[in-house]
Design a protein around this ligand. Structure first.
Ligand code: FEO
Length: 659
């Protein structure tokens, strides 16, 4: 029975899925299968964009016959002659002898190499920039040699902005009903397989991929329709961003891949010691046992990460066979621009380090760390020290150089000017397993309306930052003018590393992404998943797609200015009883004549620049209370139990005695 999916009003997906494929191209294991996409354009003329692998031919022909509904097939455009897209071409010609075959000259040669049917009588030969008019659609052809074979071309529909991209933008994995990338959580669930597909299938041809992307940059692309995997109709910029990184061999992540080959576990032991030291230094690591993990997975990780450590035992006076295979495979896939270190092992004559170094040194723009950690059989104390030193050397490359600040430039910046910007205030929340956490930010912004995206800038020191970086999801709760100071104390003045912020805080619910949002003194919340992150010194700017949003009340949102005027406790609210230094942020008083240069406020963690000098004053007559909600001050002998704040209408319970 046919099984098709509508792509646009007059284009339908007529491909098929193979979940029994054990190895794609005889090399790559595909536990999630693979899809072979083909698209039928139902215009005044009918056009089939490529055919499929013979494994899915039955449903493919049922799809075509159903969608044609008796109409003739006018054209089949052949973009790529690898048999996963062309194996059923001969049968298509038998079933539809009326179809013209649209192909470039190189494709025509390959069609004749693979098949014996009469091509010349039905060939429509095209070259770069030629246009095929099919009624409403106007298809133009763009040559894309070596993406992934020399004959490849892609097709651009000038009418609707559709890029039929051949192998480019494909991914491993069958389509489980969802055809469009926005119907799944692509960057969470499918990016790894897209990267493995790219690196192993076309990773070698970065220059050619960039040439195609440069041609595509002049086109207004509304949709990308590849021959494997998902169709892109939203977030095209996000997958293009990944492709540019992969094609230019730029790492996506500052992290270390440790690939080891170990016969009896001693080289593995060294690799794990190194991984522990690196983790202690804050460096992210990924480990692979090359005897258990096939090279394509390690290649994908190597494309993703900035650093690689190869650790191999010596075997037959050479490199252990699986490691040697991996290294040659990495070289064949043209990996570049990485920093690489080596660990070798050999009970009587260790040679693997030197030999691994020789292979990697032939690859482009590789920075090789000079010293190889050389083991004899097992790790001894001095080798443990060498591994720790290697970790230090690698980690040093992860630290950003400190750029000195020009004092003259600083003098031209009045810090309080930033208080005039109309920021809101928000609780940014995240979840990692059972750990709930949140912090106060003033940096949530709407970025785009379509797609619905927001940005948040988060201090890297914050535990919430670490959780978002790990999980890729967060919520933003918009605080209102009624928010009490204690909310800021709860989420802003302590670290989630030391405190369970939600343990004694009841005003929250769990959104459908599993992350808490604040229900008191808030007027809306947003759930979002990160689509990109960029580091800016102390902060990371997360760009995120909104997955859920709701209005919680109609109270006005609190602004930074309102916070300073009405919520933040006033400095000097209480006459100083002793001389010292008062924190301008939270009111903490350091008693003493001199504030240490490296002093950090124990409450809000601000430094000496946020403290100012106070001198002891004579204690005034009577007492003073301050409303913790709005800052209103009451002076008298006693605060009446039924007192109501004349400004914000809160009761005596919300007042704090100042003196
Ligand atoms: Fe999907 Fe190059 O074939």
């Amino acid at each position: 029975m046919y099984c098709t999916r509508k792509v646009t009003d007059d284009i339908v997906w007529v491909g098929g899925n193979d979940r029994r494929l054990s190895v794609f191209e005889g090399v790559y294991r595909c536990p999630s299968g693979v899809s072979y996409n083909s698209y039928l354009i139902k215009d005044e003329k009918t056009v089939l964009m490529d055919t499929v692998d013979s494994a899915v031919s039955t449903v493919f022909f049922e799809n075509i016959e159903h969608e044609l509904s008796g109409r003739p097939l006018d054209y089949v455009v052949v973009q790529h002659m690898e048999p996963d897209h062309s194996a059923t071409l001969a049968e298509l010609v038998l079933r539809h002898p009326e179809a013209k075959i649209v192909a470039n000259a190189k494709l025509a040669v390959m069609i004749k190499q693979y098949f014996d049917f009469d091509l010349d009588s039905r060939l429509v030969s095209v070259k770069e920039g030629d246009v095929l008019e099919t009624g409403r659609h106007r298809l133009t052809f763009v040559m894309a040699p070596m993406v992934h074979w020399p004959e490849v071309m892609v097709t651009f529909d000038l009418t609707d902005g559709l890029l039929f991209s051949a192998d480019a933008f494909g991914t491993f994995g069958a389509l489980d009903g969802a055809l469009f990338a926005d119907e799944v959580d692509f960057f969470r669930d499918h990016l790894d397989e897209a990267r493995r597909y790219y690196c192993n299938i076309v990773g070698k041809y970065g220059v050619q991929v960039m040439a195609l992307l440069r041609k595509a940059s002049g086109l207004k692309i509304n949709m990308i329709l590849p021959l494997h995997g998902f169709v892109w109709r939203r977030g095209i910029g996000d997958i293009l961003e990944k492709y540019i990184k992969w094609a230019t061999y730029e790492p996506e992540e500052k992290a270390v891949v440790i690939a080891y080959a170990s016969v009896y576990g001693n080289t593995k032991n060294a690799a794990e010691i190194l991984a522990c030291r690196l983790s202690e230094l804050g460096v992210k690591t990924y480990m692979y046992d090359v005897s258990m993990t096939t090279p394509d997975h390690v290649i994908a990780a190597a494309f993703k990460c900035s650093h690689i450590v190869f650790a191999s035992t010596t075997y037959n006076a050479g490199i252990f066979v699986r490691m040697e295979e991996l290294l040659h495979d990495l070289a064949a896939h043209n990996l570049q621009n990485r920093t690489v270190a080596f660990i070798e092992n050999g009970t009587w004559a260790a040679t693997s380090g030197k030999l691994m170094r020789e292979i990697v040194s032939c690859m482009k723009n590789m920075t090789l760390i000079d010293s190889t950690v050389s083991l004899k059989s097992s790790v001894k104390p001095e080798k443990r020290e060498e591994l720790a030193l290697l970790a230090e050397v690698i980690a040093a490359g992860f630290r950003k150089p400190v750029v000195p600040v020009d004092p003259a430039a600083l003098a031209a910046i009045e810090p309080t000017a930033f208080n005039k910007l109309s920021y809101g205030l928000f609780v940014l929340t995240a979840r990692d397993g059972n750990k709930l956490n949140g912090c106060i930010i003033n940096t949530a912004q709407m970025l785009t309306d379509s797609p619905k995206r927001i940005t948040v800038a988060v201090n890297k020191q914050n535990y919430t930052h670490e959780m978002i970086e790990k999980t890729g999801v967060f919520n933003v709760s918009v605080l209102t003018e009624s928010v009490p100071m204690k909310t800021f104390e709860q989420f802003g003045f302590k670290s989630g590393r030391d405190a369970e912020k939600f343990l004694d805080f009841g005003d929250f619910e769990i959104a459908s992404n599993g992350v808490p949002y604040i229900t008191a003194n808030t007027n809306a919340f947003f759930s979002a998943k990160v689509v990109s992150a960029q580091e800016f010194g102390t902060h990371t700017l997360f760009v995120a797609e909104v997955t859920e949003a709701a209005v919680l009340s109609n109270e006005p949102s609190v602004t930074y200015a309102y916070y300073f005027a009405h919520i933040k406790p006033k400095k000097n609210a209480a006459p100083a009883q002793k001389s010292g230094w008062v924190c301008k942020t939270c009111g903490y008083v350091y008693e003493g004549d001199t504030l240490p240069e490296d002093f950090e406020c124990p409450i809000c963690k601000h430094g000496p620049e946020d403290f100012e000098r106070v001198e002891a004053e004579a204690k005034p007559e009577g007492h003073k209370w301050v409303c913790e909600i709005c800052g209103f001050e009451y002076e008298g002998d006693e605060l009446p139990a039924d007192f109501e704040c004349p400004l914000c209408k809160h009761g005596a319970a919300d007042f704090r005695q100042v003196y």
